[in-house]
Design a protein around this ligand. Structure first.
Ligand code: R1P
Ligand code: URA
Length: 235
């Protein structure tokens, strides 16, 4: 096992879905995968492997925020040989043309995190982006499934509760669709270790209108993004 994942070598697939919520990982595995088996419960961060369309797929909870997600992405790639990672998360919409439960694929991820400034000595504003092949495939999958998925840039924020809503307004002026808390780290680590990554999100709450879904909805009802992610990762 690795430091934070309790799987034996070979128990994790090369294709991994990564929800922040470990109970969403359990729900995805038990709802969508054939013959799911739980390979890790370390720290309550569930990981499962099963099959989708006959292809082995794992689902690994990654926790909230970039420090946590970075640990799981790093170990999945470097200790278990994961090659494709698709985050399936919830997000807050920043623009008024988005509604609750809309699905978004994140083409790129701005961030207020210091992790990449540290990585590049504060000299480069690295631009974390999705793997183009996965992004392109996900667009085709969404079209075939009749899901109106938005594609665009998002913000990966360190804090869920912000004192600077004015910055969210400004980001929206620059076309940033939504805020979540992991994508920039996922894209950066995947690039660093030559894996592919994509983030597919469901709007769980609206920063402008204040509308929101329940915790149970966020855990167990965001099925469209899961179906897009599964079809994309096995394509
Ligand atoms: O629903 P998940 O995947 O956890 O994603 C979002 O939800 C959490 C905050 O509520 C953060 O992890 C954020 O990125
Ligand atoms: O990070 C997140 C996730 C959902 N909603 C938000 O406002 N922020």
């Amino acid at each position: 096992m690795s430091t934070h994942i309790g799987a034996q070598p070979g128990e994790i697939a090369e294709r991994v879905l990564m929800p922040g919520d470990p109970l969403r990982a359990k729900w995805i595995a038990e709802t969508y995968l054939d013959d799911p088996t739980c390979y890790s419960q370390v720290r309550g961060m569930f990981g499962y492997t099963g099959r989708w369309g006959g292809v082995e797929v794992s689902v690994q909870g990654s926790g909230m925020g970039m420090p946590s997600a970075s640990i799981y992405a790093h170990e999945l790639i470097n200790d278990y040989g994961a090659k494709s990672l698709i985050r399936v998360g919830s997000c807050g919409a920043l623009t008024t043309d988005l509604q609750l439960r809309d699905v978004i694929a994140a083409s790129g991820s701005s961030t207020d995190s210091n992790m990449n400034r540290f990585r590049f000595d504060g000299l480069i504003d690295y631009a974390p982006v999705a793997d183009f092949g996965l992004l392109r495939t996900s667009v085709g999958v969404a079209e075939r499934r009749g899901i109106a998925m938005r594609v665009g840039p998002i913000l990966a924020a360190d804090a869920f509760y912000t004192d600077r809503p004015d910055l969210y307004e400004r980001l929206a002026q620059y076309g940033v669709l939504a805020v979540e808390m992991e994508s920039a780290a996922l894209y950066t680590i995947a690039a660093r270790y030559k894996a592919r990554a994509l983030t597919v999100l469901t709007v769980s709450d609206h920063i402008v209108t204040g509308a929101k879904t329940s915790a149970q909805d966020r855990e167990q009802t965001f099925g469209q993004m899961v179906e897009i992610a599964l079809d994309t990762i096995v394509a």
